[in-house]
Design a binder for this molecule. Sequence first.
Ligand SMILES: [Zn+2]
Ligand SMILES: [Zn+2]
Length: 370
Amino acid sequence: MKKYNILIAIMLSAIQGMTQEGARQSFHFPDVNGYQVLKADLHTHSVFSDGMVWPSLRVEEAWREGLDIIAITEHIEYRPNKADVNGDHNRSFAIAKEQADKAGILVIPGSEITRKMPPGHFNALFITDANKLEVPDWKEAFREARRQGAFIFWNHPGWKAQQPDSARWMPEHQMLFDSGYMEGIEIANYEEWYPSALRWALNRNLTLLGNSDIHGAIYQQYEVHKGKHRPITLIFAKNSTLTEIHEALKQRRTAVLFDGMVIGREEWLTPMIKSTIEVNPYPSASTESRITMVLENKSDLDVMLYPTPQSIAKGVIYPVAIPARSKVLLSLRLKDDEMKAMPSHTVQMTVKDWYTKENTTLTMDLTFKR
Ligand SMILES: [Zn+2]
Ligand SMILES: [Zn+2]
């Protein structure tokens, strides 16, 4: 026994100390239609173009924020740090990938084809050699990206520096769309979101994307330590591999998280709210004239429900707050005998800040049953 104590003392004296070095935020959504909900930022810069940080820091920031995927998308045509940072167009991805492999998140190789309007800036993801995109003719850059099997999307279409009057869909964009080169569009970038881009995306069946386009350190732009997030593309994928993420993007299986809003197609937000808010009977609090349900928020996002005008007319007037990872009880009081005899009652609610179109919030049915 004494020998054992001495051994522990020797072992302890070999340790210099222990420090906590931060944490990874919990940022979870339950699976939707059997797909994982992956959190991605598919537009970031480092010192290898005009960013202010080293590529490995991009990975570290993303890991801490709870993201699963980032893309490093340096400008091909704009490299103001080139005299000091002289790696080629593939170097920043290689550095980020080494860090990401250690951290257990994914980095997608990409580049920002950075041309004046039209056509403007586009990200090409899943490329195999960014150096080959450095060509004089912008059309040839798109052709080369496509030869490499890229997924290509239009960046910040409402960016005032390139379209000061209003976001416009120009003949060059139509050409890129018709030829199948443009498969997605950023409806949110940095601090802006673009309703016109959302309309274009829904009308033309483009993949919806929301990304940070971060150049500085993430904490300079977003209060991540307070649980706030950069714009994020939610990807509904079979698993977290490059192949499945590419497939999900091609199949338009995304939604966008921007400044507390969830923006996406109804076909994805409806199953997403169903898996986020689980509704079950709570018989112990139910009586003949009252049905009580327990609503469980299984995500890390606060959810607020408001009665629709139709529900207000029926006497349901109060909103329901379901904080992240919590359960709330909700009772429906029934007036007459006819109502009490019915096996179930459905109340329609709108989900605050979940948008399926520019001015349309998602609605969900809350079914009360014993
Ligand atoms: Zn850009
Ligand atoms: Zn950019």
